[in-house]
Design a protein around this ligand. Sequence first.
Ligand code: OKP
Ligand code: ZN
Length: 320
Amino acid sequence: MPMIKVVYNSSHLLHDPEFELYDGRKSRYPETPDRIETIKTWLEQYGNVEIVNADHGLNKITASLHGSNYEEYFQQISKKADSTGLIPSNFIHDTYAPINSDTYKAARGAIDTALTGATLVASGEKLVYSLCRPPGHHAGGNYMGGYCYFNNAAAAANYLSLSGKVAILDIDYHHGNGTQNIFYERADVLYVSIHADPKLNYPYTNGYENENGRDAGLGYNFNLVVAKNCGIRSYMASLEKALKRIRSFKADYLVVSLGFDGYKDDPIAGFGFEKEDYALIAAAISGLMLPSLIVQEGGYCVEVLGELAQAFLKGWHEYF
Ligand code: OKP
Ligand code: ZN
């Protein structure tokens, strides 16, 4: 396995919400700091990786993605956060985006992590893995939600789109409604997502197969719904359809929104995947032979996340 650059940023540690709220009830917040720490530590020990720190000089790029007052507003409310972490406002889509005093800084670090990865891919790296946290694919042009604040993958794709056509393949268990929202009217960035049925799963409002894009973007949004616990065999059939669409698009770059919440023991999701299935998925995707940025999204079975990341990188072989 060749050396792979893994982009990391420690400010995610500051974002550690106390609980999740649903129907007025509190439960454990699954999107925890140890998710990223365990992946980093595991890859340092067992993977051939070079850890690169995120570059924080890239902040101007967010403005074109989320609108300038979004970031300013987020920074302001982060300072005023109370113990619930919940601040009702036009920008907040659901109760799954709690904000504490350091959330802005952590989210800024996550988007910098993605952008740093994008700059490396744009300058010739074949495969880079950005260990983003908090995740991003539920953050839209003007909203946060689903543990997401800034859309890391969208920022990376938007940056890469300055140098060519970009396909985003989202294989998190949940539909990336935010990413879809950001690129819905664009033909230069293709969004392809395989996810659980939104009738039964978060984000509920989007992810249906008839959502194909709008105006110039019509035909450049492709949603594939699979069943919870579908297993790798039936998942691979959908993955082949996704890859076929990406091939016909003739992308110059690929951004993978990588969630590990398809793993069979994930506490909030699950496609019934075994650990080794992540190597099969990566092998299939790497057959696209595209310079690629992997952006970390979800995955909540913390004790195996390092192994899943290792399996994924090991499976990514065809390109090398
Ligand atoms: C974020 B990502 C679970 C309720 C669902 C929101 C899920 C956000 C998933 N108690 N909470 O796509 O992995
Ligand atoms: Zn997810």
